[in-house]
Write a protein that binds this ligand. Structure first.
Ligand code: DGL
Length: 270
């Protein structure tokens, strides 16, 4: 089935998931929406994140998507059930796949989680991890300044090194051997986070497991695109709610393919 997969985030963070979907599902067409006018989601209430997510899903439906990926931990934590109520196509979040991957990664059963204030406050990672293994110990830390730093493009900046050090310092007091990057923006700070935590702590990026789960889901539902890439190149369409040029320049840095254009959508009208 050649209908596209809809992927969304509050901004550029979801592109880290798109990159992995492109790698694992190279034949699929994608429609991406980044809510660049309303980022960050991580400090907003459940009511607001649900409202934004519903509007985005309604927009994605106008593109006839066959499945939706909430490539945003905050939306996955606060709005997944609401999104599922809105549509009758498969919807996948990033939290459950991230928890599965972390549980497979840890040896000490001590796992750290970093994410937005809303994701950490929701306790959703703890819930999934304890469902997988009740013996897992979880230490979590909200890092509210990471998203603005990423959206400002300060991925390799001294300021970012300082802030990362301040937030992650206390996590080093625990014997964690896996740290979940529980916000899709954070893989863009991977080098600095890795440097701060040291080589004994594995950084878990839920994007890999999310793309894998998506492939399983599409296979089970018989929704995989069977048109070969040799017959037809997949189409990738990008939409944002503001700041097209900035988005394109970031998207070019995150993805392995060149992004030629992105279109502005009045998302409030959906
Ligand atoms: N990238 C999103 C997440 O994974 C949202 C970050 C934000 O907008 O605060 O949580």
């Amino acid at each position: 089935m050649d209908a596209p997969i809809g992927v969304f985030d509050s901004g550029v963070g979801g592109l880290t998931v798109v990159k992995e979907i492109m790698r694992q599902l190279p034949g699929e067409n994608l429609v991406y929406f980044g809510d660049t006018a309303r980022v960050p989601y991580g400090s907003k209430s459940k009511i607001t994140v649900c409202k934004y997510s519903r509007q985005i899903v309604r927009f994605l439906q106008t593109k006839n998507v066959k499945a939706v990926v909430a490539a945003c931990n905050t939306a996955s934590a606060l709005a997944l059930d609401e999104i599922r109520d809105e549509i009758d196509i498969p919807v996948l979040g990033v939290v459950e796949p991230g928890a599965v991957m972390a549980a497979e990664t840890t040896r000490t059963k001590n796992i750290g989680i970093i994410g937005t204030e809303s994701t950490i406050k929701s306790g959703i990672y703890n819930k999934f991890l304890h469902r997988i293994d009740p013996d897992i110990t979880v230490v979590s830390k909200a890092c509210p300044l990471f998203v603005p730093l990423v959206e400002e493009g300060l991925w390799e900046d001294r300021v970012t090194e300082d802030i990362v050090g301040r937030y992650l310092h206390e996590l080093k007091e625990y014997d964690i051997d896996a740290l979940i990057l529980g916000c899709t923006h954070y893989p863009l700070l991977r080098r600095i986070i890795g440097q701060e935590m040291g080589e004994n702590v594995k950084l878990v990026n839920p994007a890999y497991e999310t793309a894998k789960s998506l492939k399983t889901l599409l296979t089970e539902k018989d929704l995989l695109n069977t048109t070969g890439i040799d017959e037809k190149e997949p189409s990738y369409d990008y939409f944002v709610s503001d700041g097209v040029e900035k988005f394109i320049s970031f998207a070019d840095d995150v993805l392995s393919c060149h992004v030629e254009k992105a279109e502005i959508i009045d998302i409030e009208s959906f």
